[in-house]
Design a protein around this ligand. Structure first.
Ligand code: HEM
Length: 490
């Protein structure tokens, strides 16, 4: 009896515990989700869901996905809440926008209603003096006008960038042996780095200091997409050290120039900065570091993606070949003739391939901006301090804006009256931070493709689809087998 009473009491206790556990495990999260689920009718915030306490929906957003998709996170929420929805990322309120009008509105109003937002670990890595991070409008304006007015100028693009890119690409690409396997990602990175450091610092490929700088930039770049854990030996920690080393190497070049008074003979960016700007030495180093990393990483991804997409579109390769042969007039024994600026300007179909690659491959998938004041848009409130993710990928892959968005179709950019322009295409951002290197990226890509398509055919050596992590990457470096194209182009 005692035993049975005890058993009953124990059973009652077990039931009670079960009820309590159910409350904790099932009910509380449900209540939390209901309370934090923001439907438009309850609040002026866009509809959405805040996810779990503290982490919000950060993990779902960062889940890796094919670069040619907007990812499950966006797809599911857009179908449930619409193109503008609320969420919680990195412990703070956020609004995700797949709406091209909101994206344009946010980017155009940067420095008035919004400012760039960077997670703390990236702020530390890129440095607060970095041009892309500067939020003080005067400093940003000063940096930007120097970059646009003295480095990425039309005249420099037409002369030294064009000539150097031609030389570097020719040397690099024609060194490939017929039938060999090459990593397109590595080749594109090398090409971009060599051209940019030559123009910025007069550093030549193969010299000890250049190779040291290349290694430091590789570590620096890896740190930007690593887990931000700062302990000795971690990738992030190595990147922070690489950042210091990069600054040191650039400062050394600068001091050598000042010591030897060589700057007058050189037509490079650092020489221009020494002679014409009032920037401190550290600022000059930061500026050059920012430009090299902005150029190399993005444009090498663009080149790799273009080559990846083109492989499955032989018709586009043929049309590119014809266009490039027409642009240079002929192909000599030593390889294709040099592309002139006029020739480059005639490469309309090449620009369509570049646009289509950027649309489908999405090198810059989204930007994060923070509201500096409360903003109303389409009946919603974007509260002060809230971050807005302008998701360009979701716009570029929206079937209502781009027909059959998953198909690589460079011809979609052509009309009978020339190239189609649409403000739904925002691969280079917009507003006061619109990428000042866009034309540079297009030129470098066109020149790399020029040498590749007039010299080789290629085929993937291993399956390697681009993934967004959220940075777009080829895990195996896009290995391709190259075959001489001379029989088809001579
Ligand atoms: C495929 C190639 C590229 C893509 C997709 C790209 C994309 C972008 C985007 C989306 C922004 C705006 C960032 C924001 O609003 O916060 C930006 C800014 C910037 N880009 Fe690019 N970029 C590319 C190539 C380049 C190149 C080649 C350079 C330099 C040679 C460059 C230099 C910069 C700089 C300095 C900024 C900061 C501008 C500012 O804050 O005012 N980019 N880029």
């Amino acid at each position: 009896m005692l035993h049975s009473a005890a058993a009953t009491t124990a059973a009652a206790m077990i039931n009670l515990v079960a009820v309590l556990v159910s409350i904790v495990v099932v009910l509380l999260p449900t209540i939390y989700l209901i309370l934090t689920r923001k439907k438009g009718s309850y609040s002026k915030l866009p509809p959405g869901w805040s996810g779990w306490p503290l982490i919000g929906e950060t993990l779902s957003l960062l889940m890796s996905c094919p670069a040619t998709s907007m990812g499950n996170f966006m797809e599911l929420r857009i179908s449930r809440f619409g193109k503008i929805f609320s969420t919680n990322i990195l412990g703070g309120q956020a609004i995700m926008s797949a709406d091209p009008e909101l994206n344009r509105f946010v980017l155009r109003n940067e420095m008035k209603l919004f400012e760039s937002y960077w997670p703390q670990h990236l702020l530390k890595l890129f440095g607060e003096k970095n041009i892309g991070i500067q939020t003080g409008t005067d400093v940003h304006k000063q940096f930007r006008s120097i970059v646009v007015g003295a480095f990425l100028t039309a005249s420099r693009l037409q002369t030294s960038f064009l000539d150097d890119a031609h030389e570097v690409a020719k040397q690099l690409i024609t060194s490939w042996k017929d039938g060999s396997v090459v990593s397109i990602v590595d080749a594109a990175k090398k090409f971009l780095f060599d051209v940019i450091v030559k123009n910025a610092l007069s550093m030549e490929s193969g010299e000890a200091e250049t190779e040291k700088l290349r290694i430091e930039f590789t570590k620096y770049r890896r740190g930007a997409s690593s887990i931000p854990m700062n302990f000795p030996g971690s990738q992030y920690n190595r990147a922070l050290k690489a950042k210091e080393n990069i600054i040191r190497i650039i400062l050394h070049v600068l001091e050598e120039r000042l010591r030897t008074g060589e700057d007058a003979e050189r037509n490079d960016f650092i020489g221009w900065l020494i002679k014409n700007s009032s920037l401190m030495h550290e600022q000059i180093s930061e500026l050059i570091k920012g430009i090299v990393s902005a150029s190399e990483d993005t444009t090498s991804t663009l080149i790799s993606l273009a080559i990846y997409f083109l492989e499955s579109c032989p018709k586009a390769i043929e049309q590119l070949r014809e266009e490039h042969l027409q642009a240079v007039g002929s192909k000599t024994q030593e390889g294709p003739s040099k592309l002139t600026w006029d020739g480059y300007k005639r490469l309309e179909f090449t620009q369509c391939v570049i646009n289509e690659t950027l649309r489908l491959g999405n090198v810059a998938r989204f930007l994060i901006k923070k509201a500096t004041t409360s903003v109303q848009f389409k009946g919603y409130e974007i509260p002060r301090g809230c971050r807005v993710f302008t998701h360009m990928t979701a716009v570029h892959l929206d079937p209502h804006l781009f027909e059959d968005p998953q198909v690589f179709n460079p011809w979609r950019w052509l009309s009978t009256s020339g190239m189609i322009k649409t403000n739904n295409f925002m691969a280079f951002g917009g507003g006061p931070r619109l990428c000042p290197g866009a034309e540079h990226a297009r030129l470098q890509t066109a020149i790399f493709l020029h040498h590749l398509i007039l010299n080789y055919n290629w085929k993937s050596a291993e399956q390697d689809k681009p993934v967004a992590n959220p940075k777009v990457q080829f895990r195996k470096g896009l290995l391709v087998n190259v075959r001489s194209a001379s029989s088809s182009t001579n």
